[in-house]
Design a protein around this ligand. Sequence first.
Ligand SMILES: NC(=O)c1ccc[n+]([C@@H]2O[C@H](COP(=O)([O-])OP(=O)(O)OC[C@H]3O[C@@H](n4cnc5c(N)ncnc54)[C@H](OP(=O)(O)O)[C@@H]3O)[C@@H](O)[C@H]2O)c1
Length: 264
Amino acid sequence: MKIEPGTRAVVTGASSGIGRALAAALAHRGAQVGLLARSLRELEALADALPGLHVALPCDVGDAAAVQAATDRFVAEAGGVDLVVANAGLTHYRPVATQPLGEIEQMTRVNWLGTVYTVHAALPHLLGARRGHIVVVSSGAGLRSFPGAAAYGATKAAQRGFSTALRHELHGTGVSVTTVYPGEIATALHDHEHERMPAWYQSGSARPATTLAAKIVKAVERDRRELYYPPEVRLLGAVNGVSPTLADRMLHRLRGASAAPRLH
Ligand SMILES: NC(=O)c1ccc[n+]([C@@H]2O[C@H](COP(=O)([O-])OP(=O)(O)OC[C@H]3O[C@@H](n4cnc5c(N)ncnc54)[C@H](OP(=O)(O)O)[C@@H]3O)[C@@H](O)[C@H]2O)c1
């Protein structure tokens, strides 16, 4: 699907980081963007700053009825929707043994159910138009989750399973799906938990969200099944799929013992 003037897109998590960078990339290509997140003020400021006319959609993606209402409102205002990006998410990195259940439930509601609600709300519109594209922003943690990210990784793996099957289910409908697996991207995602992030995290170098956003636009236009950025994420996923032991050894060597404390 070409991104051009007239393209109508909804991006969740548009107030910050990857979603914000993607909303900007789409707007600069002439798309009209439904900017969905909880922070209305951020969304309105972004809508004003971007070229073109955009719609601020204040909404909690963990609330199915609110997501449906926001999607329907965008469709009514824009006259339809062509591209839907399920990107909103959050993390709480902590060992399972000490992690409050509330944090696990929140990640499940926002990252996983939020994706389901976003896709479910948009699908009838996309299928009715017999064209469109869905992007699901998962994570490298959905391919091989690191210590501290058991629950977060599980929500990202759930997105992976969901979008993989969905792409096949939608075969022949004119609607397609791309799953995105980012590695470490420079955003506000871990701002609230920097001090307690494990040593492996401190040894990494985060990539710019703007580069990932440009790659997502390209992946949609080329109808790519998957996008891995940086490309090492794909290698990690492939090695882990063939031999988790080999992946552990690789990570132990490259990112230190905290990335893979057990080598058997
Ligand atoms: N940064 C990375 O290294 C990285 C790596 C792999 C995958 N990812 C994934 O990329 C996605 C975007 O994260 P980011 O890195 O751009 O983080 P970010 O800068 O913290 O942005 C997260 C976005 O999600 C929104 N959000 C959070 N909870 C929400 C809720 N309940 N309802 C609606 N919106 C909500 C936030 O807006 P409000 O607070 O205004 O609601 C914000 O716009 C996430 O799914 C994350 O798991 C990130």
